[in-house]
Design a protein around this ligand. Structure first.
Ligand code: FAD
Length: 403
């Protein structure tokens, strides 16, 4: 049922947002909007999620400028857990610009390089399972490693380094390769003793010799027998951390193994909640996964993802772009950017909520098409996407890790 991704999200659709508008108060245009004006001349307008775009256009037409957008919860404006103020009486004193999403403390407690290449952690491979179903393209493995000895720990969204056995053609030890962590900080067994990776075996044809070349580290990992001890380093990475706020909305755009960090997020949001593994993190926001893969058998973690969606239809939505099976509007292959373009209005509405964080992970270059689709939508509300995205990035609401 989720292949087309058309499932509506009732939670998001019923939400209300408060626009703070500048530039209409003095000229009498405010009467057109029928909203309270505060002393500064700014006014507030409550807008349902599904009318956000229309209202933006109307305000722009009247010559107004939207200076902030905040979700309205109950009759209060949500303000990142800090003192909330009522919509009617918001004085602006506690207001923050819409792109200012979260405090930075989180970054301080992020573990980095507990193990370095000179002294890596030796972790035994506990399991190595194929993720591509029959008829799919290539090999992608889910590998779990033992962390029960030593000091390694990590957060969702970080990566682990792997140093393959052997030497390169110059006789030097191989360099480390990074892999996004696919498990939550508690590990797949929720015992804080493992880390899991999602590894695609790199196979390509050498353009000169036309020989088939297999990637060193990915082949080493994909062919690994359980029991093998592996040199692990890290963790590294602060780009893809989840916000602490359980009310945040999380848009996830993945291609291929780019699903790895999102699996970790989703397990944290939903699966671990069932096991009460994170008493201080009860996800109440809306998570939307847009997942690009070549064929249905290549949908990594398909059963688990769809089981989550079936169980949490109001909080989790999946949209697939299956390039070799589905067609885009022009009749070509359906890539992730085509799905983003199809859903651009909804995505843009969601993105403007300061509680929304957008994550892109997977193939290098995938962000360009996504950018183009969102830029087109933003321009309909007279917003310069480049500028908007830069502000989001600055405020930790736009996250990209492609390789
Ligand atoms: P190598 O033996 O190192 O070969 C790679 C080299 O082959 C390339 O540098 C290029 O020179 C050449 N090459 C590759 N493709 C072609 C081609 N089509 N034509 C010609 N030459 C080519 N990978 C995952 O599978 N899962 C992950 O979750 C993951 N997460 C990552 C996270 C980060 C932050 C980064 C930076 C990378 C991530 N990677 C991930 C990629 C991973 O680090 C390795 O790059 C990948 O596994 C290939 O390594 P390898 O040793 O197998 O290939």
């Amino acid at each position: 049922p989720s292949i087309s991704g058309v499932k509506a999200n009732s939670t998001a659709n019923s939400r209300l947002y408060v626009y703070e508008i500048e530039g209409l108060g003095q000229n009498g245009e405010a009467s057109n909007l029928n909203v309270p004006i505060r002393r500064s001349g700014n006014m507030f307008l409550t807008v349902p999620y599904n009318r956000m775009n229309q209202e933006m256009k109307r305000i722009a037409k009247l010559g107004g400028k939207i200076v902030s957008i905040r979700p309205l919860v109950g009759d209060t404006i949500e303000n990142n857990g800090s003192a909330a103020s009522t919509a009617q009486s918001a004085s602006g004193d506690t207001d923050r610009p819409m792109t200012q999403a979260k405090p930075k403390e989180q970054k301080k407690k992020v573990p980095v390089n507990i193990y370095k290449p000179k002294e890596p952690y030796m972790g035994a491979c506990l399991s190595n399972d194929e993720l591509v179903a029959e008829g799919g393209i290539g090999t992608v493995r889910h590998l779990k490693f033992d962390l029960s000895e030593g000091d390694m720990y990590y957060l969702e969204g970080q990566s682990i380094g792997v140093i393959p056995e052997g030497e390169d053609e110059k006789g030097r030890p191989h360099k480390l390769r990074l892999y996004s962590i696919a498990s939550t900080r508690h590990g797949d067994d929720v015992d804080d003793k493992t880390v899991s990776l999602c590894v695609r075996q790199l196979v390509y044809e050498d353009p000169e010799t036309e020989e088939t070349v297999k990637g060193v580290c990915s082949t080493y990992l994909c062919n690994m027998e359980p029991g093998t001890k592996v040199k692990l380093t890290g963790p590294v990475g602060k780009e893809m951390l989840l916000p602490d706020d359980p009310n945040a909305n999380i848009i996830m755009m993945a291609t291929g193994t780019g699903i790895a960090p999102f699996r970790a997020y989703l397990w944290r949001m939903f699966k671990e909640a069932e096991r009460q593994a994170n008493p201080d993190y009860r996800f109440k926001g809306f998570a939307w996964l847009i997942f690009g893969i070549p064929k249905t058998p290549n949908i990594l973690y398909k059963e688990e993802l769809e089981a989550l969606q079936a169980k949490y239809p109001d909080n989790f939505r999946i949209t697939y772009a299956i390039s070799r099976e589905q067609k885009n509007e022009e009749g070509g292959r359906m890539y992730i950017q085509h799905r983003v373009a199809e859903h651009a209005e909804e995505l843009w509405n969601l993105i403007q909520d300061e509680k929304t964080h957008t994550y892109i992970c997977g193939l290098k270059g995938m962000e360009d098409g996504i950018d183009a689709a969102l830029a087109e939508q933003a321009s309909k509300s007279d917003v310069d996407w480049e500028e908007y995205r830069r502000a989001m990035k600055k405020n930790d609401r736009w996250h990209v890790e492609t390789y």
